[in-house]
Write a protein of this length. Structure first.
Length: 111
């Protein structure tokens, strides 16, 4: 139950940061967002990378939130483990897609 709640809360945090990124409200910082050499190089780079990658971060947060909710509600050990792993792995994969999409958008914009 506790691990499900922790995952759900983390999912809400990722979801909120993804929404802020996609809308342009997430300013360059050292703690939250896609923090790569490219995205941190300028405010313009940060904005382009996050506006393009934000929807994918949002989807990752939603996956983690759903995985956490299922984990918290599940009675069986197998269902709990599957929901935990599925939510976490999907969140990481979607975050990697966000980085790729964001960097591609920046590269295309700069050219």
């Amino acid at each position: 139950m506790i691990e499900g709640i922790v995952l759900a809360v983390a999912g809400v945090a990722v979801l909120a940061s993804g929404l802020a990124a996609a809308s342009g409200r997430l300013r360059r910082n050292a703690f939250v967002g896609i923090r790569t050499r490219t995205s941190m190089s300028s405010d313009e780079a940060w904005d382009i990378v996050h506006r393009a990658g934000g929807p994918w971060l949002t989807a990752g947060g939603l996956a983690l939130l759903i995985g956490g909710a299922v984990t918290a509600a599940a009675g069986s050990g197998t269902v709990r483990m599957t929901a935990t792993l599925a939510g976490a792995v999907l969140c990481v994969l979607l975050a990697l897609v966000a980085v790729y999409i964001g960097h591609t958008a920046y590269r295309d914009r700069v050219r």
